[in-house]
Design a binder for this molecule. Structure first.
Ligand code: NAD
Length: 243
């Protein structure tokens, strides 16, 4: 999704807790054509750390005196039945999947208000935020995604109206993907926590998705193409939740 925004001319700052960016970032960075004004830059940040996020995001916004959008995608997975789920793992999951999105959105909204930018945000939830995801035992992950969908509605309501002083006018939506082939999901297959064949069968299209299939949706939600859309959850899941 970052690549899609950069291809469209956006300058995209990618934040992740890894000391070095993932390989996909480096491949995308090589492909971005500087003649369109787009770019990709990496920053190390942990979305559970409020002060760290505020510092990085205010530094980024301060450079060009603006911040136009946020895609909040950091997330973790932990597969265990509810009866055996360790309490500390519940807290760890919610700290990243829910609080991390909250803190990221708030830090960005503060900068958008500071520079009077009517920005747009996209929270990466999941189809697992609206269904129990048949056969996949992830009660906290799934409910953390439901919480993100509800958070988007509430922040959309709080920040939607542009005020006379130029603040506000910020749109907030969710994107809820179906199964995507990513390191997180490959790990689920490797550990035997999920059955690839069953997941393919769950989709009306009979297959998993690739990350590239969400690029246009990210661009849609962050650009004026979606200017009258806020508080919504865009589900792109190969039809998995539609039957
Ligand atoms: N893969 C899927 O099938 C699927 C489906 C629906 C939704 N999602 C969601 O998409 C998002 C990306 O998932 P993915 O499949 O690419 O997973 P991934 O594990 O491949 O990538 C997640 C990234 O988040 C980073 N991260 C984790 N905790 C962090 C923290 N505290 N601070 C900063 N960065 C942190 C990790 O370092 C990693 O680079 C997640 O929110 C996930 O829940 C994934």
């Amino acid at each position: 999704m970052a690549e899609g925004l950069a291809e469209a001319g956006g300058y995209v700052h990618v934040l992740d807790m890894r000391p070095e960016p993932a390989e996909g970032f480096l491949v995308a960075k090589d492909r971005v054509d500087p003649t369109f004004g787009g770019g990709l830059e990496y920053h190390r940040a942990n979305v559970t750390q409020d002060k760290q996020l505020e510092d990085v995001i205010s530094m980024i916004a301060g450079r060009k005196q603006r911040l136009d959008g946020l895609i909040a995608a950091a997330g973790i997975q932990y597969v265990a039945p509810a009866l055996d789920y360790p309490a500390e793992e519940i807290a760890r999951m919610l700290a990243t999947n829910y609080t991390g999105v909250f803190l990221s959105a708030r830090a960005c909204a503060r900068q958008m208000n500071k520079y009077k930018i009517q920005g747009s945000m996209c929270f990466i939830a999941s189809m697992s935020g609206v269904i129990a995801n048949k056969g996949f035992i992830a009660p906290v992950y799934n409910s953390s995604k439901a919480a993100v969908i509800q958070l988007a509605r509430n922040m959309a309501m709080e920040w939607g109206r542009k005020k006379e002083d130029g603040t506000g006018g910020i749109r907030v939506n969710c994107l809820s993907p179906g199964h995507i082939v990513t390191p997180m999901v490959e790990e689920n297959f490797r550990r035997g926590e999920a059955d690839r064949k069953a997941w393919e069968e769950n989709s009306m299209l009979g297959r998993l998705s690739e990350t590239e299939e969400y690029k246009a949706a990210g661009l849609f939600l962050l650009s004026r193409a979606s200017s009258y859309m806020t508080g919504q959850n865009l589900i792109i899941d190969g039809g998995t939740t539609a039957w």
